[in-house]
Design a protein around this ligand. Structure first.
Ligand code: B1H
Length: 813
């Protein structure tokens, strides 16, 4: 990495003053903190634009290959702090503001979180953009500019309440509207078969309705300030031409209604993580994104080329899960219908350009769209999908002549009562690369999810273990630790996280360990303040901070964690067995609004917290707190304050996890199953520096079918005591039988997520952990080794792998 190029800050103060006076029309004395946040951000944005323009000229001049990352979610979180750090001007700006009588921290706190994502998948996309820019690579994001991001969560009487998150999608200082580059998207309508001049078949897509996609760009500056790429988000607008026509027919209300329905497309992010919505509007959203992105990508390509011969040499497109899988059909439509290429040529270009990442094996998350909906929304694309499938099945008959069953399994169209398009099959057939997001996950994609495709095209399949950006998740979120690291080993780690290895030898230096532990203590104090402010609970920073922060989902097994807490409660209450160390169990996470059991689990956590925290004896040893409204800005406070990171999904179900990496880099010790990237974290930190428990994937697979939770229950008085308590009035307050459904799912409906199978091993591991925690020196060394040995989980490493092995993308410095 070349040294940081610092932008010229001479006009910075004036830009802020001008903004307040001439954009807001106020004297400085009337400006609110939010006004000033906007003023500072527009001054920063000016600097970003200079870098952005220079970057684009550099790319154009060299006619570089570009990678476009298409994703329904980009969970960026607040941007001011990161932009300042990446440009290397945070301290200079702090000083300028101080001179003006302003406090940068107060202004930064005014920035709303752009919550344009649900969880890991969307946050991964944001980490990737940071790494691409920091590696000076031409990588761009395409997404939707939702008016409403993920709902805001509040807790009332222990229940989750959802409130709309209306973020300033049209007025954020980071968004630059580019009305001049709008995209026209046809949708709905029908196919009319006509004959062309030579008498050939010529399908005409007619009577479509036109939606306009207006691009809004967020500049993404890399660390060092050399390169700024962009994230382009589209808002949907009604097409004026179309509406005016109806308007002229005198039907004013219909015209307005049409306008409303078009603009609905970018109104709201679907709030489910690892679960498919299956609604028509969602399909329209997916198509809208894909159509805008493909048009824009082709427009940019054609600025420098006259034909499509170079297309796949100059363009790579990565599909973030199957949500943008319609890109396969849309790129074909564009090349064949719009640009007049022959099918075979268009197909080669399409498959050489596209690559697909799978993010989940959960059956409920695998997208399938009923043909009837696809035909209604995008009739021409359905024809194209049929043609792709026809040709695909033809090649299969050659490869597997006597295997009709296999053809059925592999077809893009699923037969049955309701025929459906299998989006993963479409993505695999249309891509030259298919990857999973952790070693075990990629293995399961090949052997469990789509073994037939692996058999046909083994060379297409590969692994790209996820990563997280060290700029946000260490430099920005944990300034104390970042400073200590830089003082000790220099600042190269910011762009080469593997250099954290050099910290290992410092573990023998008691003075260093002491400093390292002090920083964790300060971060815990900061987190304790957050807990007091948001959950109204006093917690002791000297207790173990044991944190389970992620979406609430049965497979992530917050229930298992709660079972362990209840078990600990009874051990103290009934058996007088005092734990080795006091512990604070901290939860944070949202449940999908329609996910009944996940929401009930939030209520259970609060029920247990009420009982435990109020118990005079138990509360000396156990406290339980739920921090509402988990989001990026809170994660930045929560993660650095963790001693223990709960990563306890049923083995085989968490594709990778990325929270697990953020915790480990910040020195938390993982309590985890052999699942997702936990396995690679265990490899990296070594078995003595992680707590692994429970059944592994093979064992879980072997148990399925014969698994009987009743048998485990019958043999374990401890589990009986815990589950009976869940099903008793103890945690219910005045609501009788409140938690029966959670009890029922485990006891009477097969315990699909195998909580009981892993309970004893979890309890044992937790006992070991408590014992180790009180050995201050041993614990400090363990946490240090977690930081020192997890450099490979930088998203810079992940991006280098994609760039070299999938995209053919080069550094452009
Ligand atoms: C992940 C999703 C997801 N996998 C459907 N799948 C969605 C599926 O709105 N939807 O319909 C939204 C999200 N998200 C996560 O991706 C995995 O569960 C994590 O294990 C993984 O770390 C993350 C990034 O790869």
């Amino acid at each position: 990495m070349d040294s940081i190029i610092k932008p010229d800050l001479s006009g910075f103060e004036n830009t802020i003053r001008d903004y307040v006076r001439y954009v807001l029309g106020k004297p400085m004395t009337d400006a609110t903190s939010t006004d000033l946040f906007n003023g500072v951000s527009s001054a920063v944005r000016k600097l970003l634009m200079d870098i952005r323009i220079e970057t684009e000229q550099r790319y154009d001049r060299r006619d570089v290959k570009r990678m476009h990352y298409i994703s329904m979610e980009f969970l960026t979180g607040p941007l001011l702090a990161n932009n300042l750090l990446n440009m290397g001007i945070q301290e200079d700006v702090r000083a300028i503001l101080k001179n003006m009588g302003l406090d940068l921290d107060i202004l930064m706190a005014c920035e709303p979180d752009p919550s344009l994502g649900n969880g890991g998948l969307g946050r991964l996309a944001a980490c990737f953009l940071d790494s691409l820019a920091s590696l000076d690579m031409p990588g761009f994001g395409y997404g939707i500019n939702y008016d409403y991001g993920l709902f805001k969560q509040s807790i009332m009487g222990g229940y989750q309440r959802e409130k709309p998150d209306y973020w300033p999608s049209r007025s954020s200082p980071w968004l630059i509207a580019r009305s001049g580059e709008k995209c026209m998207v046809p949708v709905y309508g029908r196919i009319v078969d006509t004959e062309d001049i030579e008498g050939g078949y010529n399908p005409m897509w007619s009577e479509w309705k036109l939606v306009v996609g207006r691009p809004h760009d967020i500049p993404v500056v890399g660390y060092g300030g050399h390169t700024a790429n962009r994230l382009r988000l589209f808002s949907a607008w009604a097409s004026e031409d179309f509406d005016i026509q109806i308007f002229n027919e005198g039907d004013y209300f219909r015209a307005v209604e049409r306008k409303i329905s078009s603009e609905n497309i970018s109104k709201i992010l679907y709030p489910s993580d690892s679960q498919e919505a299956g609604r028509e509007l969602r399909l329209v959203q997916e198509y809208f994104l894909v159509a805008c992105a493909v048009q824009d990508i082709i427009r940019i390509y054609l600025k420098q080329h006259d034909d499509f011969n170079q297309f796949s040499k100059k363009v790579a497109i990565q599909l973030n899960d199957t949500h943008p899988a319609l890109t396969v059909a849309e790129l074909m439509r564009s090349l064949v219908d719009v640009h007049g290429l022959e099918w075979d040529n268009a197909w080669d270009i399409t498959t050489q350009t596209l690559a697909y990442t799978n993010h989940t094996l959960l059956p409920e998350a695998l997208e399938k769209w009923p043909l009837a909906i696809v035909e209604k929304v995008i009739p021409r694309h359905l024809q194209i999908i049929y043609e792709i499938n026809r040709r695909f099945l033809e090649t299969l008959t050659v490869n597997y002549p006597d295997d009709p069953q296999r053809l059925h399994r592999m077809s893009i169209i699923e037969e049955g009562d309701e025929k459906q398009v299998r989006m993963a099959h479409l993505a695999i057939v249309g891509s030259h690369s298919v990857n999973g997001v952790a070693k075990i996950h990629s293995h399961l994609v090949k052997t469990g999810l789509v073994p037939d495709f692996y058999d046909l095209w083994p060379e297409k399949f590969n692994n790209k273990t996820n990563g997280v950006t060290p700029r946000r998740w260490l430099l920005s979120a944990n300034p104390g630790l970042a400073r200590l690291i830089t003082e000790s080993i220099g600042d190269k780690w910011i762009v080469d996280l593997d250099t954290l290895k050099a910290l290992e030898s410092l573990g023998r230096d008691p003075a260093f360990l002491e400093k390292f532990s002090m920083i964790k203590r300060e971060n815990k104090v900061r987190l304790a303040r957050l807990i007091k402010k948001t959950a109204y609970i006093d917690v002791d920073p000297d207790s173990i901070f044991d944190i389970h922060a992620k979406r609430i989902h049965e497979y992530k097994r917050q229930f298992l964690n709660v079972m362990h807490i209840i078990h600990g409660y009874f051990m103290i209450q009934e058996e007088g067995v005092i734990p080795t160390a006091p512990r604070t169990y901290i939860f944070s996470g949202k449940a999908a609004p329609g996910y009944f059991l996940a929401k009930l689990l939030i209520r259970l956590i609060h029920g247990v917290a009420d009982v435990v925290n109020k118990d005079p004896l138990v509360s000396q040893w156990i406290k339980v707190a739920f921090i509402p409204d988990y989001k990026v800005s809170l994660a930045e406070i929560i993660i650095p304050g963790a001693d223990v990171s709960e990563q306890i999904s049923t083995a085989g179900m968490e594709a990778s996890g990325t929270g697990n990496m953020k915790f480990a880099i910040n020195g938390a010790v993982t309590m985890g199953t052999m699942d997702g990237a936990n396995i690679e974290i265990a490899e990296a930190v070594g078995p003595d520096n992680i707590y692994i428990f429970g059944h592994d994937v093979e064992e879980i697979q072997a148990m399925r079918g014969a698994y009987d939770p009743g048998k485990i229950l019958a043999q374990s008085p401890h589990i009986q005591r815990v589950l009976n308590a869940v099903n008793s009035p103890l945690f219910c307050g005045w609501e009788n039988d409140l938690f029966f459904p959670l009890f029922d799912a485990v006891v009477n409906h097969g315990d699909y997520y195998m909580n009981l199978a892993d309970f004893q091993s979890y309890v044992d591991a937790q006992v070991r952990l408590s014992g180790d925690y009180v050995d201050k020196k041993k614990w400090a060394q363990m946490t240090l080794l977690n930081t020192a040995r997890t450099g490979i989980f930088s998203s810079d490493r992940t991006i280098r792998e994609y760039a070299g092995e999938v995209w053919g993308l080069e550094r452009q410095i």
